[in-house]
Ligand binder design. Structure first.
Ligand code: FAD
Length: 536
């Protein structure tokens, strides 16, 4: 560790150089602010830098999962596939950094260790692990909703003699599974994407499953150039229509405005079948109450289970792969050959729901009194989502209040953007906002635009700080909770609830209320002079 340096003054310190940090830097510069991004990784790209496991790709179509803020950018960039793979998304992030001349405002290889709000100066003092220090008027946490890998405390993991990979921290050199016996622990989104590729390389693949996953086929393919041309002919209109959709995407195929209970069984099946053929999240829009009404949800869940039973030839394996929870209460996975992988002779599924992993050994693991041998281990164990990254920091607000104390019972904030006791700190795409239920780039653009407008407002009015009030924050927590209660999202153990991380407080973290309503609420708060915030 270097000697503590004198603080360098900036107007805005932005943590993270993923899509949120890149766009925030651009907007801050356009406001004339001296802004600096610090980023742990040696590259921009965030999620798409870290998650380079085989099969990693976006689950929202690329014509939608991309920036809309610049017409020339969206016209000139050409995606190769309907769902872009990780290397292409990383190239896109780099292209954005170059095209908008952002690189000289980004300090790579620099991890923020903590920050403290100085009440007399009304500024944040931010420190890096290397001992660098900045004094910033605004602190923007663009540090990602899914950026802290979850590594369960498995007994004996260190004893395992072979290589261990985490999907969210994949090596940069190619990993060759050829001829090897591989184990994958976890069956969430990353595993669902990685398993078909690993299955095709490994001599043997053993998948350890705690909870079965629902996956809908991506039907990925080279991007349809006619569709691309149609969208690009009016990209602004397309983006605007998407922003009016519940999740900020999907305007080409709006949800059917009819309850699943209002039609005959034959009509329901036909609607599910039609949307299964389209792929991705389309199926959850086959009716308007699939994520609201448990009875409607049960119909689509059974439809997908029927698909699993048809695809997977071995009835016992198919039964294990059939989830029993409500569909959509964990983010639906979008797959390319996931269930089909289990028809391969070299792939086996091990249910660890009743007999959890007891311990790892030098040659494999033990579960339910059985020994399983393998040469390489892939942990697809997800993330300490939404709060994990901030909770690992020494982040202190007024009176030295640590974020761990503030959020001991779950993440409290107002609009997902500001935290009482933490003035001039903004959080992008985190808890309390709709980000996790949206096309996250749409959510990021809305947050960044709101923050930039807010900073401009403060400057126009000669104000130095903005801080959420405790009352607004408490009301917002109730609003987030009430929105979740109107859905099926509380019916299973998901990362939305913090249930995947032992000891994490159970609180439903994202806002299930719909992106357009949320964005309008944020805009209304701004129009009303930032009501619910104290300005000084
Ligand atoms: C495998 C995977 C697939 C996904 N697929 C989709 C999808 O299909 N559609 C969708 O909408 N969303 C998807 N997401 C969500 C995705 O995280 C967002 O779409 C988006 O990339 C988030 O961008 P961001 O800039 O907010 O955060 P990130 O991309 O996570 O960037 C945050 C950056 O902050 C850095 N950072 C964190 N802490 C510190 C610190 N203390 N100091 C310095 N730097 C720090 C991290 O290194 C990281 O680079 C996916 C996420 C994952 C993990």
């Amino acid at each position: 560790m270097k000697q503590a340096a004198a603080a360098q003054a900036v107007d805005m310190l932005i943590v993270g150089a993923g899509f949120a940090g890149l766009y925030m830097l651009l907007k801050a510069r356009r406001l004339g602010l001296r802004a600096l991004v610090i980023e742990t990784a040696p590259s921009v790209g965030g999620t798409w830098y870290h998650n380079r496991y085989p099969g990693a790709r976006v689950d929202i179509q690329s014509m939608e999962y991309s920036f809309s803020f610049d017409e020339a950018l969206q016209q000139e960039w050409q995606w190769s596939e309907r769902y872009a793979p990780q290397p292409e998304l990383l190239r896109y992030a780099n292209h954005v950094a170059d095209r908008f001349g952002l690189r000289d405002g980004i300090r790579l290889g620099t991890r923020m260790s903590g920050a403290r709000f100085d009440e007399a100066e009304r500024r944040w003092t931010v420190r890096s692990e290397d001992g660098d220090c900045w004094s910033a008027r605004f602190l923007v946490m663009a540090s990602g909703p899914l950026s802290s890998p979850n590594l369960p405390d498995f007994a004996g993991l260190k004893d395992f003699a072979g290589p261990v990979y985490h999907t969210a921290d994949w090596p940069h050199e190619p990993v060759d599974f050829g001829g090897r016996r591989v184990a994958v622990v976890g069956t969430g989104s990353s595993a669902v994407q990685a398993i078909p590729i690993i299955a095709g390389q490994a001599a043997e693949l053993t998948v350890f499953q705690r909870t079965a996953a629902y996956a809908a086929p991506a039907h990925n393919a080279p991007l349809d150039r006619q569709l691309e041309a149609r969208i690009k002919a009016d990209y602004a209109g397309f983006r605007a229509r998407n922003r009016r959709m519940h999740g900020g995407f999907g305007s080409l195929l709006p949800p059917n405005p009819v309850s699943a209970l209002a039609v005959s069984a034959e009509e329901r099946e036909a609607a599910f079948e039609a949307r299964w053929k389209i792929g991705g999240f389309a199926i959850l829009g086959a009716f308007n109450d699939l994520l609201l009404n448990p009875q409607s949800n049960a119909f689509v869940a059974e439809f997908v289970r029927g698909k699993i039973r048809t695809i997977v030839k071995d009835p016992a394996t198919a039964a294990l792969l059939c989830p029993t929870h409500t569909i959509g209460c964990k983010r639906l996975c979008v797959d390319s050959g996931y269930y089909e992988s289990f028809n391969r002779p070299n792939v086996r599924l091990v249910d660890i729901s009743q007999a959890p992993i007891e311990r790892f050994t030098a040659t494999g693991l033990r579960s339910g009194g059985r020994e399983f041998g393998f040469d390489a281990l892939v942990l697809a164990t997800g993330f300490d989502a939404m709060t994990g990254t901030m909770m690992r920091l020494d982040l202190r607000g007024r009176g030295g209040l640590p974020i761990q104390q503030k959020w001991h019972a779950g993440p409290l904030n107002y609009l997902g953007l500001g935290i009482a006791g933490f003035p001039n700190l903004f959080n992008i795409a985190g808890p309390g906002s709709t980000s996790a239920f949206t096309n996250v780039i749409v959510a990021i653009e809305q947050h960044v635009d709101w923050i930039a407008d807010c900073v401009a407002h403060l400057d126009r009015h000669g104000l130095s700080t903005i801080e959420a009030t405790a009352a607004a924050e408490a009301a917002w927590a109730e609003h987030v909770d009430a929105a979740a209660r109107r859905t099926v999202f509380l019916s299973c153990n998901s990362w939305y609830l913090g249930a995947n991380v032992p000891g994490k407080p159970r609180m439903f973290m994202p806002l299930a209320g719909g992106f357009p309503q949320y964005a309008e609420r944020c805009a209304q708060v701004a129009r009303n002079g930032y009501e619910g915030f104290a300005l000084a």
